[in-house]
Design a protein around this ligand. Structure first.
Ligand code: 5GP
Length: 190
């Protein structure tokens, strides 16, 4: 998606540890017009699929998922990272290792909101080593729902997550795939 690539090139900052900071339009301040274009792009890519639910993970995935969901006209369910008295009843859980926080935590989704009848599109902001996406896929599988695919805003193609998930036979669509990045240069896959 050309518009997204241009924003990454002009506003993205490469931080230590292979972290790309895009907090002016994606991870802190959110450009809702750009998000709307992303929603259109995912809808175009999954237009043949009868998606019934968007699944994402808190926190950064939620804003994008909500706008994507408007294009599919379906609800969003987000996996929660912490226990809460508001989260009652039976849960699907999966352990996830966080790339940005460098620790493992359990994510959870109430069984009320995901079932075998659902056809799921998983949405997230970044794909690096694939832990977040694998955890969400695990939760979808535990619910018996059909995983139609995943949509990622920025895939860091030089990390192994994308390859691993495509090798599992999962349909994975990324709006921008970065092949290499250093302080002063960033290249995209065509
Ligand atoms: P993974 O689990 O694939 O290793 O990492 C994906 C998760 O880590 C995403 O949900 C995202 O929040 C975070 N993440 C991974 N790489 C980056 C990055 O370069 N920049 C930012 N802002 N977040 C990242």
């Amino acid at each position: 998606m050309e518009q997204l690539k241009q924003r990454i090139l002009t506003e993205g900052r490469v931080k230590s540890g292979n972290v790309l900071k895009v907090d002016s339009f994606l991870n802190h301040q959110m450009d809702i017009h750009l998000f709307d274009e992303m929603g259109k792009a995912f809808k175009e890519r999954y237009k043949e699929d009868e998606i019934t639910k968007i699944v994402t993970i808190e926190a950064s995935g939620i804003g994008i998922a909500c706008i994507v969901a408007r294009h599919f006209n379906v609800p969003v369910v987000f996996a929660k990272k912490s226990e809460s008295r508001n989260l009652d009843g039976d849960l699907y859980t999966s352990p996830i290792y966080s790339f940005t926080h460098q620790k493992e935590y359990m994510v959870r989704v109430s069984k009320k909101f995901l079932s075998a009848e659902d056809k799921v599109l998983v949405i997230d902001d970044f794909l690096a080593n694939g832990c977040a996406l694998l955890g969400l896929i695990d939760i979808v599988k535990k619910s018996g729902a059909t995983l139609e695919g995943a949509g990622i805003v920025i895939e860091k193609g030089f990390q192994h997550g994308g390859q691993q998930i495509r090798d599992m036979g999962v349909r994975l669509e990324s709006l921008a795939i970065i092949d290499s990045m250093t302080d002063d240069s960033l290249t995209f896959r065509d």
